[in-house]
Design a protein around this ligand. Structure first.
Ligand code: PEP
Ligand code: MN
Length: 268
């Protein structure tokens, strides 16, 4: 179902009225973690004003250490809904567990994120495949593109055709960045599949200064969208502060990619 051979046309995924793919470019931005009502509402307004179409924010967080902030969980979903009431922007947030699906449906989450660490959680993939909600599927830390496409296939085989693939950096021998952005994943995935492909330069780089350059590269290589972490006060962020942009930095990133999108004939 994901194979380009049998579906030559690009799939366009609609997330709360915003299209991704087939010439439509979507920017998802917001904090790594939802931290408070003030924080998420403020960041939502700022990223929307800068041109983001979808608000991101983690409620359930997959942290390396069990002692790190685990997210506001159900309360985080409530705060995302409050932010959506203010801006009207659709929300994307990570689902880590089948048991949380009713919470996500109650919250009317507009797009469900499957994180890198769960890319091959096949029971979770089957479960979101049965939902009528678009899925943002992130590439596993050490997964091949074939494995990523097969994971999309798991979702689509259950009846959900609305899958967006996300390259978010992979593990390599290089240690000066958090991960290595595999920019060649975009043309290769577009050859292999008809699904939209977005790039997350924040998790790929792990360092804020590099995010705008990688975002520009993503547009140039033909990505259908971006996921970018923006925080009101990165130094005090409860997760991923080092890679988070301030709202002002996000605004200038958007100003550099807008003419680039126009050049490549993409609609923001
Ligand atoms: C995130 O988006 O905050 C996240 C945890 O991403 P990934 O699964 O790519 O590490
Ligand atoms: Mn993060």
């Amino acid at each position: 179902k994901a194979n380009r051979k049998f579906h030559p046309d690009d799939t366009i995924v609609d997330v709360g009225g915003h299209k991704i793919g087939g010439g439509y470019f979507a920017v998802m931005s917001g904090p790594c973690s939802v931290e408070s009502k003030e924080q998420i509402t403020y960041v939502a307004q700022r990223v929307q004003a800068a041109g983001a179409s979808i608000l991101r924010g983690g409620a359930f967080k997959p942290r390396t250490s069990p002692y790190s902030f685990q997210g506001l969980r159900a309360e985080g979903l409530e705060l995302l809904q409050e932010a959506r009431k203010v801006t009207g922007q659709p929300i994307v947030t990570e689902l880590m567990n089948n048991e949380h699906i009713p919470l996500f449906l109650d919250a009317k989450v507009d797009m469900i994120q499957i994180g890198a660490r769960n890319m091959q959680n096949f029971e979770l993939l089957k479960a979101v495949g049965k939902l009528n909600v678009p899925v943002l599927l992130k590439r596993g830390l050490s997964s091949t593109l074939e494995e990523l496409v097969m994971s999309a296939e798991y979702i689509m085989a259950e009846g959900n055709p609305n899958v967006v693939l996300c390259e978010r950096g992979i593990r390599t021998f290089e240690t000066s960045m958090r991960n290595t952005l595999d920019i060649s994943a975009v043309p290769m995935l577009k050859k292999m599949t008809h699904l939209p492909v977005v790039i997350d330069p924040s998790h790929a780089a792990g360092i804020a200064f590099m995010v705008p350059a990688l975002a520009q590269a993503a547009v140039a290589v033909g990505a259908d969208g971006l996921m970018i972490e923006t925080h009101n006060d990165p130094a005090k962020a409860k997760s991923d502060g080092a890679q988070s942009l301030t709202p002002d930095q996000f605004d200038s990133l958007m100003n550099t990619i807008k003419p680039e999108l126009e050049f490549f004939g993409k609609t923001l």
